[in-house]
Structure formats: C-alpha cells, structure tokens
Design a protein around this ligand. Structure first.
Ligand code: LLP
Length: 421
C-alpha cells in the first residue's frame, strides 16, 4: 500500500496534487511520501516485535537527508556502504551506535572515520579487510565491533546483477571457511568479532532462499559458540522484494519475513539486525515526467519524455518494469494503445518501456513512474549534461524540495580548465 492515489481526477502524493509540485519544481522530479516511508518502516518494526532487534535502512536505496532523518526519527538504524553515507547518516541525526558499515572495499580512511564517530559494527567481507581494520583500530587504541559477512552459496532467484550470495559473487567469505576466519579474528588486536552477517541479494520474491541462508547462519552461530566465540548479534541483510506491478506475483509480506526470522534464528538469544532498503523506500516514491513529443514511427509510436535513463536507470540496467500512470486520471474505459516510452538521451538503451499500453498522451501531459523511491534518484547522473534530477518530499498537505535541481551555471562551474587551456 502507498499514498499515491487519484483524487478528483488528479494523482496525489498524500494530500498534494503532483501537478502542483510540477508547476513549482518543473519536471522531471522525484517525490516521496512521508506516510508511506513511515508505514513501511513500521511494518518491519511490528514484524520483529518481541525480538531484540534494529531495523537498519539500507541508505544505498535512497540517501536523501530528509528521507534518512524521517526514518531516524522513527528510531531506524542505517546500513552504510561508504564514508559518504556514514557522514550523511550522522548529519541526519543517526547516532553511531545505530550505524552498521557494509561493503567489500572499505578503505582505512573510512574505517578511521567510523571508529572516531562511533559505529555499531563493521560487516567485514574478507581477511585482508579484517587485517586492515585490526591495524587501524589497534593504532587508535580501540576495539572494532565486527560481524563477518558469510557467503552461504545460495541462489536468491533474483536478477543476476543483484544476486550476492552465490559463491561466484564477490561478497563475503565462503561459509565453509568461517571457523578459520573467526579464529583469526579472535587472535587479532583491535577486533571484537561479536556477530555474523549475511545478505544474499535484492528484490527476492520468495522466502525459501532467506530460510536456507538463515538456517545456515543459525548452525554457524552454534558452531562458533562451541569454538568459544561470543556471538550475540546477527545481521540478516536486506532484500525483501516489492510488487512493481499489480499483475506480478506478490512478494512475501514483512510479517511473514519476520515470522521466518523468529523461526530460524529466534531461539539463539541474539540481537537481530536487518537491512531493508527497497521495501521501505521503493513504493514510497514516484518520478514525474512530462511528454515532450508523441512520435509516429514505423509500426510503433514513441512517447518521448523529459526524463531519461540518467534520471531513472533501472529499466536500462536491469530491464526493470515500472508502472507508468498519467497524472490526470484517464476516464473509465479510456482507449489504450501500445507505445514505447523513451527519454531524450542518445542511445537506444534510453527506453523505459516497450509497447506499453497507455491512454493517448500528448505533448505537455505528465506521467508518474511508480515504485521509484528506491534506487531511483540515488543512481541518477548528469549524462548528456542533464542537470541532476531534483527531489521533493510530501508530508500530509505540505511539500518541500529536498534536493533542488542544479542550475546550468552550477553544473558548468564544476568543470575546471587546466593551465594549458
Ligand atoms: N544490505 C546489503 C549488504 C546490500 O548490498 C543491499 C543491497 C541491501 C542491504 C538492501 O537491499 P534491498 O532491501 O534494498 O533489496 N540497484 C539495484 C539494487 C541493488 C541492491 C544492492 N544491495 C536495483 O535497482 O534493483
């Protein structure tokens, strides 16, 4: 459920007509709903009720300061993957003890930054990283709390580019080598290995791969405890999928996911962290664009928008589907005809949808791409010298620009000429 619905013939974000935002901000832009973000976060809170837990929002899905602060005020922790995300989390008001640091390539500078500012744990993904963290922490005279990310060799059944738990993926250490690595961690100065971390992929639409992974983690917890390690926390990653279209199969609900967590690891007495990104932010955002032209091609029509692959890259990169709906509600039974929905960027990959049945839309009319709140604006670029897409947030009947569109002068000013020019 989200808060983007038609009211009086106009698509609203909560109580704000999106056309009103467009009139003020111009298109394209992203718009997020506070109520939807809040609701999705709370679904996870309810799902884990009764368990010592922390819901850490995966900031990579949507790193806007206003989004992070909204979630932080609800009590969310953050899962960060760079020094930049770590700084943003602190700037949004998230205390260090609610931040977990993931990622395969943390630099020593990033480790130092997090140890200085406070950190709940580092999710360590390799032995060289463990050794580097040990050196950095020991030199600072502190102990780094660590969960080792294990790779359970499980196929999450998702898109190849976002599956992370198979042995050929770059993530984690092979679970079969976990005992050795924990033994090494116990010997290293500056390291306190207190947890296990796992994340097998994104946009999972079945519970079975989670179940297989979490059972392996439970078994490993018992083994490591028998080896004398004080494992008292489990980071179970993110990855729960969302419905991108009503006709899709419906992914499991957070409540079912929570019940699975309790069933598989609930008896271990561990504190549990999860790192959802997409499920919290995905359906809490839309991208609004205007039609520039409707062009008749050979055997097909093209709807050319003012948004492009640089603003929303998911269709080009993962062949992802986003529902596209007009801002003005079509009359019941209005005729639909298939069109290719494309952007102005000079490559054929700049196609949002092929042969999508849509009502007749002409120049100047506006559409919204649904389910665009996760991995949308964060993945945007200025390709083709198109200014970075702005972001807006709605709260009831109010809205605010939470990232303004840069002016051309600002864009130009970021390039500098070397002395010989
Ligand atoms: N934790 C870790 C360690 C991750 O790598 C990810 C996502 C998450 C949590 C959050 O997963 P989520 O709950 O959002 O599925 N750009 C792609 C998705 C990349 C996901 C990367 N890792 C897309 O647009 O589909």
């Amino acid at each position: 459920m989200d808060h983007f619905v038609y009211r009086d013939g106009a698509l609203h974000a909560e109580d704000v007509p999106l056309a009103e935002v467009a009139a003020q901000v111009g298109t394209p832009f992203y718009c997020y709903s506070t109520a939807t973000l809040t609701r999705h976060y709370q679904l996870f809170e309810e799902a884990l009720h009764g368990l010592d837990h922390l819901v850490c929002f995966a900031m990579k899905a949507n790193g806007n300061l206003a989004v992070i602060r909204t979630l932080a005020q609800l009590g969310a922790g953050m899962d960060v993957v760079s020094g930049g995300e770590y700084r943003k989390a602190l700037a949004a008001g998230v205390p260090g003890e609610r931040i977990v640091f993931s990622g395969v390539g943390k630099t020593r500078a990033e480790m130092r930054l997090a140890l200085e500012g406070g950190i709940r744990q580092f999710n360590v993904e390799s032995e060289p990283e463990l050794a580097a963290l040990s050196e950095v922490a020991a030199a600072m005279g502190v102990e780094a709390p660590v969960a080792i990310r294990v790779n359970p060799d499980i196929d999450a059944g998702t898109h190849d580019k976002i599956a992370t738990g198979r042995k050929e993926d770059k993530f984690g250490i092979p679970i079969a080598r976990a005992r050795e690595v924990y033994a090494e961690a116990a010997r290293l100065p500056g390291i306190r290995a207190c947890g296990i971390d796992v994340h097998i992929g994104s946009q999972l639409t079945e519970l079975a791969p989670f179940e297989a992974a979490y059972r392996r983690v439970a078994e490993l917890t018992r083994t490591l405890r028998a080896d004398g390690h004080a494992i008292d926390r489990l980071d179970l990653g993110g990855g729960l999928g969302i419905p991108y279209t009503a006709s899709n199969e419906v992914p499991p609900l957070p409540a079912e996911y929570g019940a699975l967590i309790k069933r598989t690891v609930g008896d271990l007495g561990c504190s549990v962290e999860i790192e959802p990104g997409r499920l919290i932010a995905g359906n809490a955002g839309v991208m609004v664009a205007s039609v520039i032209y409707r062009k008749r091609g050979e055997g097909r029509d093209f709807l050319i928008l003012d948004a492009a692959m640089n603003d929303l890259v998911r269709p080009a990169l993962y062949d992802a589907w986003h529902d596209i709906v007009p801002l003005a509600e079509p009359a019941a039974g209005a005729a639909r005809a298939p069109v290719d929905v494309v952007g102005p960027v000079c490559e054929s990959g700049d196609t949002f949808a092929r042969q999508r049945p849509l009502p007749m839309l002409e120049s100047g009319e506006m559409v919204a791409f649904r389910s665009a709140g996760a991995y949308g604006a964060v993945m945007a670029s200025e390709y083709n010298a198109r200014p970075l897409v702005p972001e807006v947030m709605v709260h009831g009947d109010q809205f605010g620009v939470i990232r303004a569109r840069p002016s051309f002068d600002e864009m130009l000013a970021r390039d500098t000429l070397p002395q010989w020019l």
